[in-house]
Ligand binder design. Structure first.
Ligand code: ADP
Ligand code: MG
Ligand code: MG
Length: 252
C-alpha cells in the first residue's frame, strides 16, 4: 500500500529526514515512535504533501501512485487520510457540509454516484454511532469551542466517514487525556479491516495500551533505527529511548 524508499526531506535547507524506508501493507497498523525532534511530524507532513518541506531524495509509492507527484487534495482522493489535513475549526462552515463535499469528491474519483442528502445523513448517523459521538455536535459550527476530546472524536469521525485506505495519525498533543486517547484507539481499532492500514505517530507508549500495532518503528535523527512488534513499544516504555541512541552511536 505504502512504500517509502530512502526518503530525505529538508526544511529551510536543514535536512530532517535522512533516509527513511518503510513498507505498509493493507491490514496493518504501524506505530512510529521516537524521541522529540526525531522527525515524526516531518514524516507525517511530507506524506500529507505540506509544501514547506522539500523532498531531496527517495520515493513514496502509494497504491501504485507516485505520491510525491500528487497534491494534498489528490492524495486525499486516492484514499490517504491525514488527520491534520481536515481542519476541525473552519469558521462558519458546518462539519457536515465540509464532509459531504469531501466524501463526494472521493466517490466521484472512484466512479461512484454522489451521495444525496438522505443517504449522506444515514452514513453520518451510522458513523457517529461507531465513534460514540453526540449527534448535537453536528449542528454546532466548527469554530465553536471544542474540547480536546471532542476535537479528537471529530477527527476520528471524519476518518470513519471518509473510509480511507491509509490513515496517518500524528498524535502530537501530549496534553490529550486518557479519554481522548481511548477515542482515537477505539476508532482505529473499529475501522481496521483487511483493506486498510493505519500509521500512528506517537511520542507516548500509552496510546499503544489501546491500539495494538502490528509493527513498531523507532525514528531517531531522521532515520528508522529499529523496528519490531508491540514488545518493542513495551521495552521503550520501560527503558526510554537512551539505549536506542547508544546503539545508534555504537554503530556509527
Ligand atoms: P517530532 O515530531 O519527532 O518531535 P519534528 O518532525 O517535529 O519531530 O521535528 C524534527 C526536527 O525538525 C526538529 O529538530 C525540529 O526543530 C525541526 N523542524 C520541524 N519543523 C520545522 C520548521 N518548520 N522549521 C525549522 N525546523 C523545523
Ligand atoms: Mg515534536
Ligand atoms: Mg511531532
Amino acid at each position: 500500500m505504502l512504500s517509502i524508499k530512502n526518503l530525505h526531506a529538508s526544511i529551510d535547507d536543514k535536512e530532517i529526514l535522512r533516509g527513511i524506508d518503510l513498507e505498509v501493507k493493507a491490514g496493518e497498523v504501524h506505530a512510529i515512535m521516537g524521541p522529540n525532534g526525531s522527525g515524526k511530524s516531518t514524516l507525517a507532513s511530507v506524506l500529507a504533501g505540506r509544501e514547506d518541506y522539500e523532498v531531496t531524495q527517495g520515493s513514496i509509492d502509494f497504491l501504485g501512485n507516485d505520491l510525491l507527484d500528487l497534491g494534498a487534495e489528490e492524495r486525499a482522493r486516492e484514499g490517504l487520510f491525514l488527520a491534520f489535513q481536515y481542519p476541525v475549526e473552519i469558521p462558519g462552515v458546518s462539519s457536515t457540509n465540509f464532509l459531504k463535499t469531501a466524501v463526494n469528491q472521493i466517490r466521484e474519483h472512484r466512479g461512484q454516484e454522489p451521495l444525496d442528502a438522505v443517504s449522506f445523513l444515514t452514513l453520518i448517523k451510522e458513523k457517529m454511532k461507531l465513534v460514540e459521538m453526540d449527534q448535537s455536535l453536528l449542528s454546532r459550527s466548527l469554530n465553536e469551542g471544542f474540547s480536546g476530546g471532542e476535537k479528537k472524536r471529530n477527527e476520528i469521525f471524519q476518518m470513519a466517514v471518509l473510509e480511507p485506505k491509509l490513515a496517518i495519525l500524528d498524535e502530537t498533543d501530549s496534553g490529550l487525556d486518557i479519554d481522548a486517547l481511548r477515542i482515537v484507539a477505539n476508532g482505529v481499532n473499529q475501522l481496521k479491516n483487511s483493506d486498510n492500514a493505519t500509521v500512528v505517530v506517537t511520542h507516548y507508549q500509552r496510546l499503544l495500551d489501546y491500539i495494538v500495532p502490528d509493527f513498531v518503528h523507532v525514528l531517531f535523527n531522521g532515520r528508522i533505527v529499529k523496528s519490531g512488534t508491540k514488545e518493542l513499544a513495551l521495552e521503550l516504555e520501560e527503558k526510554g529511548y537512551d539505549w536506542i541512541k547508544e546503539e545508534v552511536n555504537e554503530a556509527t
